[in-house]
Write a protein that binds this ligand. Structure first.
Ligand code: AMP
Length: 450
């Protein structure tokens, strides 16, 4: 077979090099194939999900990986910036076709403080926050922001790890002791020294996210707002579109478009937001963070949108026009953690689409997702109940989530109206000084895949 005319679309790009080889890389490669592109991956785990779709290069084989690809992207934002810098320099010199998204997006997304400063500089509302470099500054932040506050490492945390809710002054010392190493870069807390960030604790009603794609010539297309529910800090369920959020769509679309244009971004980005109330009691959005990559809350788009987030990311990276981002049908996506369900029981439910990541079962590991899209929308909730019944790990979905379900538990420091908020804590509270369960900091070096 000759390959002379095998790539009718973009002659100069045949192979996409992806930094990381997890399930996001796998689904990017699935989307790239029908467009005529191959993918290769830079990933230390040889049997990673993406290995089914293309060659995997160990980080020690960086030069061979670079040689094998024409254009580069990533599926994991904690990618070392040095590699991204090298790929950017090669692209600028003309020997490669580009590194997308740009380094600056990665630099900002890796740092919660820079991220919130960027939002505010672009007039995008966030929770009130302050940088914290010492115990004295932490005390000052508690005074100025008012308790409770959430204290977070600005770098290195993910899925709610490395975070504490400080409910009363007596917790300040313990919280500082737990996280102070992040400021100096000692220990395993974060890869680089960086101030902590203290944030006002927000009583949000819902967590939503918006996904959008931007091309090299600035075309932007946004997906619908979706609603996310977490369990123990990990995404359990995404509902697309988020019901009753049409009045928030413009604010979210404007925010993500502004951020993308500001960063001269190329590819897919996710923006995570809290729905809260403004002073007049109207719904308002606060930006929490960006993910400079395809995102777990966009997996529904494989079946649920005209063009999936994965295909649009590939299109942007190889410089093709974006596809329509409209929903074809309301959908619910569930993550499968730790243990695979009985696939025939799942597929017995009309409208269930199963995506295995070909990973070994391990506690709390994302190993698959299922998108539910029954033909009749009225069947969505009953189908969801049936689906949840098939899952070995129900991710807290057997109970009906209340609007404040994913909010941290701080009942003894909040007012009466908040005390119903007894759901799983994503940000773990320091109860009586640093408890075992509060300390996820030690696992910081574990490679996170959202
Ligand atoms: P993050 O790592 O910043 O995304 O935070 C993890 C989760 O903790 C979020 O998805 C929220 O559920 C919760 N959270 C984070 N920051 C705050 C805050 N300032 N107030 C209330 N809840 C928060």
């Amino acid at each position: 077979m000759t390959t002379a005319n095998a790539y009718p679309v973009t002659q100069t790009i045949r192979t996409i090099g992806i930094l990381g080889g997890g399930q996001l890389g796998m689904m990017l490669a699935e989307a790239a194939m029908p467009l005529g592109y191959q993918c290769v991956f830079l990933e230390d785990s040889a049997d990673c999900p993406a290995s089914l779709y293309g060659r995997v290069f160990h980080s020690e084989q960086l030069e061979a990986f670079i040689e094998a690809a024409d254009v580069f992207t990533l599926e994991f934002e904690n990618t070392p910036t040095a590699t991204v810098e090298q790929l950017t320099a090669l692209s600028k010199s003309g020997s490669k076709q580009g590194m997308f998204p740009p380094l600056i997006a990665l630099d900002i997304a890796q740092d919660r403080l820079k991220e919130k400063q960027m939002f505010n500089s672009l007039d995008i509302a966030t929770v009130p926050f302050m940088a914290v470099n010492s115990e004295a500054e932490l005390k000052q932040a508690c005074d100025e922001l008012g308790l409770p506050i959430v204290l977070k490492t600005s770098r290195g945390g993910y899925d709610g790890k490395g975070q504490f809710v400080i409910k009363q002054d007596s917790y300040i010392k313990a919280a500082w002791q737990e996280l102070k190493d992040a400021v100096t870069g000692k220990g395993s807390l974060t890869p680089t020294p960086a101030p902590l960030i203290a944030e006002g604790f927000i009583n949000f009603s819902r967590e939503v996210s918006m996904i959008a794609a931007r091309t090299q010539n600035g075309q932007v297309r946004c997906y619908d707002l979706v609603e996310n529910h977490h369990h123990h800090g990990i995404l359990a369920k995404t509902q697309a579109p988020a019901v009753g959020t049409s009045h928030l769509l413009k604010q979210a679309t404007d925010a993500i478009t502004t951020v993308m244009n500001h960063l001269d971004y190329v590819g897919v980005m996710a923006l995570e937001l809290f729905v809260t109330k403004d002073e007049r009691g109207n719904d308002a959005l606060l930006a929490n963070e960006i993910a400079p990559r395809v995102h777990n809350s966009g997996h529904w788009s494989i079946e649920g949108a005209i063009t999936s987030q994965f295909e649009n990311h590939i299109r942007a990276v190889v410089n093709l026009p974006l596809g329509d981002t409209d929903n074809v049908h309301p959908a619910i996506m569930l993550n499968i953690l730790g243990q695979y369900p009985d696939i025939s029981a799942v597929l017995n439910i009309d409208g269930a689409h199963y995506h295995s990541y070909h990973k070994e079962e391990r506690d709390d590991r994302k190993i698959a997702h299922i998108t539910l899209m029954p033909n009749d929308v009225a069947d969505l909730e009953p189908a969801l109940a049936k689906l949840v019944a098939t899952l070995p790990n129900k991710m807290g979905l057997e109970k009906k989530p209340s609007p404040i379900d994913s909010q941290p538990k701080v009942e003894d420091s909040l007012t009466k109206t908040d005390s119903n908020n007894t759901v799983e804590s994503k940000v773990l509270a320091i109860e009586d000084g640093p408890s075992d369960k509060a300390i996820n900091a030690k696992s910081k070096t574990e490679k996170a895949k959202k």
